[in-house]
Design a protein around this ligand. Structure first.
Ligand SMILES: [Ca+2]
Length: 128
């Protein structure tokens, strides 16, 4: 029931991911992250200079006190994933309490030239 890979509330997010995102590991809550409350990542299409781009918004714990990191990643067929090719979109916002930031990462491939792309937030912990 416990450990980085456990999912006691059965929401599909492991304890490690919930720690990083700031969602409760024992509370089933799938609300998207907002400027005031940590939550689950969500996808959007953003426009820059008339071009549309896929983007992912997520909360991230800052000063984790351990080696937990997260990164936006993309894939064309969900076989291999890459964290290259992302830039920040808009401002990185520190949430009330100072433990989390809300960040939007924009994939740099324009939607018009990238017919299909999958995005995710991959959370990892370095081996002790
Ligand atoms: Ca969970």
């Amino acid at each position: 029931m416990w450990g980085n890979g456990a999912d006691p509330d059965r929401d599909g997010l492991t304890n490690l991911v919930e720690f990083y995102l700031g969602t409760g590991p024992k509370v089933l809550r799938l609300s998207p992250a907002t400027a005031s409350v940590p939550g689950t990542p969500f996808l959007s299409i953003v426009t820059v200079s008339g071009q549309q781009y896929p983007a992912i918004t997520f909360t991230r714990r800052i000063n984790t006190g351990c080696s937990v990191t997260g990164a936006a990643e993309w894939s064309s067929a969900m076989q291999t994933w890459s964290s290259a090719g992302f830039v920040d979109f808009g401002s990185v916002l520190t949430l009330p309490g100072g433990e989390f930031q809300l960040i939007t990462r924009r994939y740099t491939g324009a939607q018009s030239s990238t017919p299909r792309v999958f995005l995710r937030c991959n959370v990892t912990a370095a081996a002790p």
